[in-house]
Structure formats: C-alpha cells, structure tokens
Design a binder for this molecule. Structure first.
Ligand code: AOF
Ligand code: ZN
Length: 358
C-alpha cells in the first residue's frame, strides 16, 4: 500500500483530493487520446492510501492503478476520480465493478463522462451497489478544462482545434517563435506535448525543421501538412523515412512526397470541418493549427471558421518586434495624425523603441 502521502487539511477536503486527481491525470498529458486524462486518489481516515492515473489508451484506467496501490486499505475508503468511473467493457473492464469489489464506501466524481456509453450509467451502477456518490461541484471546472479536447470530440465528432500564432507589436503575423518558447518549459514546447496533432503549411514543412516538443517524456504530435496547389513533388527534408508515419499530407492535387511512406490524402476540397472530422476518426482529440503566414495555405482553411465554430481556442504570442519599416502614422487622438518616415526599431532591455523622422 502507498501509506501516508498527504494529510487532509481541515475543510475543503474534496477539493484538495480532486485537485490531486487532476495533477496525477496530467502526468499522462499527450499520451491518452482518444481516451481522457483521468486521476484517482483513495482516501481512508483522512490519509491518502492509493493513487493512480490512466497512462495510455489500452492500459488500465486510473481507478485500477489507485486500487492496486491501496490494496486492502481501499475497503471503507473514499475514492476520488476526476471523471465518472466507466461501466462498460471497452479495451479494459468496467471500473465500477473494480470499485464495488474493493468495497469502497463512497466515490467523489469530478464530472460525468460525456461518452454516451458511460454518461451517468457509471454513477447509477455504483449507487445501485449501495455506494454513496457525489460530484465535486467546486472542482468540476478544472476537471472539464483538463479534458476540454476529449469532451469536445465526444460531443461533436471533431478534434478540438487551437489556433496558435505570433504577432508583432504592430499586429502582423510573423513566422517566428520567441526564443524561450520552444525550449523546455516554453509555451510552444508545452503545447506540442499536449496536442495530438499539429497542422502546418507545406511551406513550413519544406523550409524549416518540423516543430517538436522539448518536454521530458513528450510524445511528438502527428504532423498534418496542408499542401495546396503544389506541383507534382513535395519534399519534407527534415522528416526521415523512419518518422514518415508521423506525418500526413492533405492536398488538392495528386503529388509524390519525399520521404516515401508519408501518407498522402487527395481531397476534393480542403476545408477545416472534414479535416477535423478525419482527425477525430483517427483518434486525435486535439490539434494545434500553427499559423505562421498571413495569406498562406492555413489562411484558406480559416475563411469561415467563425461561423462554423471550428476553432475553439486561440493562443497568441506577442513578440517585441515591429515589422513596418516604411512610414507610419502616429495618432495622438482626434483626427490629428503625425506621419513619420524612415522608421527604425530596436529592442532595448525588452522594450521596443521606434525612431522616425518627421
Ligand atoms: C474511467 N477511468 O481512467 C478512463 C475512463 O477502451 P477503454 O476500456 O479504455 O474505455 C475508454 C472509455 O472509458 C473512454 O472513452 C471514457 O469514456 C472512459 N475513460 N474511464 O473510469 C479512466 N480513462
Ligand atoms: Zn474505467
């Protein structure tokens, strides 16, 4: 058994353990799709006696690891789970039966499971076995945020799409990532760890190294390369033959792709909705759209995204650079404007200075 790991604090007990469940669940970030991230904590007499999380689809669920960890101490204990325990035979047997067999006294659930095969049936099964079940209302929001992509895919049949871009101080899209961003701990490296796939333009795939996460233990995302109007051949120079299966090219014209082994799909019409459906069918819950060039191949995917609600989230990196070099009009309110020419910019200790001549 796990023994003493953390002593309950007075008050807010459910919240404390539920936050620990979420922390445990996140250890498998980027590895669980199409399954959700789930964490479980078993508490008896105010002591944590077992902990577990779901590491990967096909492997046992969080409850199974936590119950194993707790051993006999699970009897009469309270099980905290960030998602309603499942009540079906999928790749693994139902967690409800495991909890009943272990004779837990009550179960605190972070949120109900949107999966239609589970949806509240897990809770009902536990109750019918005489186990007291409650939803931890105070931490439901963090449990939902943890699995925003899984929930979205379950409810819509599409991958959860996040648009990422970098803007200069003057609001222009730039093909640049801030220097700390793709180092370990940087936001970009972390996003690539968490997202199942990344959509990039063929321009990017042709000219630069494919984006990778530098986080410890990260599984790299599937590269979804959008190639519009390419002539016969597309070279992806930074992808070697061994990694070819980690990329798919979506194109509107039949092309050969180097290295061999990269999957190529010719679609009549390249638009975002069928792409997000296709990715969901392949088991991806989330995809990052790495938008680096205004007017490029990705821009054509975004034409109608707002009306169709295809993009759920936007992450914008603001870089301290200024990309207008010619003249600018400074406005001091009212209709007065102050035209400047020969504008130069420089960065001084993190501050962007513009100098121009009147
Ligand atoms: C839980 N605990 O840790 C997870 C759950 O194919 P399976 O057997 O892995 O079942 C997958 C489904 O089980 C998944 O879609 C979701 O509804 C639920 N995931 N449930 O009780 C867990 N990962
Ligand atoms: Zn389960």
């Amino acid at each position: 058994a796990a023994g003493l790991r953390c002593q309950a604090q007075a008050g807010d007990r459910d919240g404390l353990y539920m936050r620990r469940c979420v922390e445990l669940a996140r250890k498998a970030a980027g590895h669980t799709s199409p399954n959700p991230m789930v964490g479980c904590v078993i508490v008896r007499d105010g002591l944590v006696v077992g902990e577990g999380f779901h590491p990967k689809a096909g492997e046992p669920h969080a409850e199974v690891f936590a119950l194993r960890d707790a051993g006999d101490l699970a009897e009469k204990a309270t099980a905290y789970v960030s998602l309603e325990p499942c009540n079906h035979y999928g790749r693994t047997p139902p967690c409800t039966e495991a909890l009943i067999k272990a004779k837990v006294k009550d179960v605190v659930v972070g949120m109900t499971d949107p999966n239609p095969i589970v949806a509240s049936k897990g809770i009902e099964r536990l109750q019918s076995a005489g186990i007291d079940v409650r939803v931890c209302a105070e931490e439901e929001a963090i449990c939902r945020k943890l699995n925003e992509a899984y929930i979205h895919r379950m409810l819509t049949g599409k991958a959860f799409a996040t648009l990422r871009t970098t803007l200069s101080m003057n609001g222009a899209v730039v093909n640049q990532i801030g220097s700390g961003a793709d180092q370990p701990g940087g936001y970009y490296s972390q996003l690539l760890k968490e997202y199942d796939g990344v959509i990039i333009s063929s321009n990017l795939a042709k000219t630069t190294t494919l984006p990778i996460s530098h986080e410890a233990g990260a599984k790299q995302p599937l590269y979804i390369i959008i190639a519009l109007g390419e002539n016969s051949q597309l070279n992806i120079p930074f992808l070697n033959e061994e990694c070819a299966s980690e990329a798919i090219v979506l194109t509107d014209t039949p092309i050969t792709v180097e290295p061999a082994g990269v999957e190529v799909s010719v679609l009549d019409r390249i638009s975002l909705e069928p792409i997000l459906q296709l990715l969901a069918q392949r088991g991806l819950c989330s995809v990052l759209m790495d938008f680096r060039e205004a007017g490029g191949d990705l821009a054509s995917l975004l034409k109608n995204f707002q009306e169709e609600k295809l993009v759920q989230k936007v992450v914008v990196e603001l870089l301290p650079v200024w990309t207008v070099s010619k003249g600018i009009d400074l406005s001091f309110g009212g209709s007065q404007s102050f035209p400047l020419k020969d504008v130069e910019h420089k960065e001084v200790n993190g501050i962007v200075l513009l100098e121009g001549y009147v």
